[in-house]
Design a protein around this ligand. Structure first.
Ligand code: C2E
Ligand code: CA
Ligand code: CA
Ligand code: CA
Length: 278
């Protein structure tokens, strides 16, 4: 009996060592990812729910390293957040986003590009100088950029988070609550946040067509958001029935594989220009 337990512990800790080693490797290699040109931004179309036309995009980071191959953002972003490295990644994504806005010609007047901000970014003051710098380069930035933050910003330091979000709102930026429904914040807390958009997590959207429980959750979330004058985005729309259902509920914007996966700039630009010709 004792021997078997020992063996279990041995394998268990060997597994942990391997995981630990991978984390350390990722953190080391990620430090030079920007200078070695290993990062790309993909764009996932945001679709106007009523018309099915492209209304904007979300910028999503991709990393390919020679030694590790493709590493998903779900794996490297949390590590970058813990180490503070996220601030330089966010800077890079925002710089690329300005280039995207400059290169999409003609840019529709109401086109919005969403970027993800980590709690670390929002709570540091570097994000302020970053945005001010980018506004020098692209003065209409606040008209086109939306910042996505998660409810986790409320957990760490609500006062600073609200102050920062107000700074963005006062300059005209859109602010979106990402992954809505997966966090632990109460409705009362949410109401304190100066936001313009609520993005329903794909966990509630993916099975909408066949799940009455998810339908109830999404229906009441849309109603509530509209009562608070927030725009509603449903992410993870994977079939036409879900789109039809969301249209009936007056959802505003959709994102999901049914419309498009995240794609490179050139491909996105073609899609967008193709629509304006039609
Ligand atoms: P997120 O912000 O919730 O982004 C949406 C994720 O859902 C993306 O995964 C997207 O590819 C995926 N998705 C979109 N539509 C569908 C669908 O119909 N079905 C399914 N199954 N998935 C769909 P991705 O690109 O792997 O990103 C994962 C997460 O990594 C993001 O979740 C975000 O939290 C983080 N992330 C990605 N890029 C950045 C970034 O530049 N900065 C920060 N801070 N986080 C980022
Ligand atoms: Ca997001
Ligand atoms: Ca999300
Ligand atoms: Ca997410």
């Amino acid at each position: 009996q004792a021997k078997r337990e020992q063996k279990f512990i041995y394998f268990y800790s060997a597994g942990l060592d391997e995981q630990h080693l991978r984390k350390l490797t990722i953190l080391e290699l990620l430090q030079t990812a920007v200078e070695k040109d290993e990062l790309t931004v993909l764009l996932q179309p945001k679709i106007d729910c009523a018309t099915g036309r492209i209304q904007g995009a979300e910028a999503l980071l991709r990393w390919h390293n020679q030694q590790l191959g493709f590493v998903g953002p779900d794996e490297f972003i949390p590590l970058a957040e813990q180490s503070g490295l996220i601030k330089s990644l966010t800077r890079w994504v925002c710089e690329q986003s300005v280039k995207v806005l400059e290169q999409l010609q003609p840019l529709p007047k109401d086109f919005t590009l969403s970027v993800n901000l980590s709690a670390v970014d929002l709570l540091s003051n570097e994000v302020i100088s970053l945005i001010e710098e980018l506004e020098q380069q692209y003065p209409q930035l606040s008209q086109h950029l939306v910042l996505e933050v998660t409810e986790s910003v409320l957990v760490e330091d609500p006062e600073t988070a609200i102050e920062r979000l107000n700074w963005f709102r006062n300059r005209g930026y859109g602010v979106s609550i990402d992954d809505y429904g997966t966090g632990y914040s109460s409705l009362a807390q949410m109401r304190q946040l100066p936001v313009t958009e609520l993005k329903i997590d794909r966990a509630f959207v993916q099975l909408l067509a066949t799940s009455p429980v998810d339908q109830s959750i999404v229906r009441s979330t849309i109603q509530l958001a509209h009562e608070l004058s927030l725009s509603v985005v449903a992410e993870g729309v994977e079939d036409e029935q879900s789109w039809n259902w969301l249209k009936q509920q007056h959802c505003d914007v959709l994102q999901g594989f049914y419309f498009s996966k995240p794609i490179p700039f050139e491909q996105f630009n073609q899609k967008l220009q193709g629509e304006s010709d039609a």
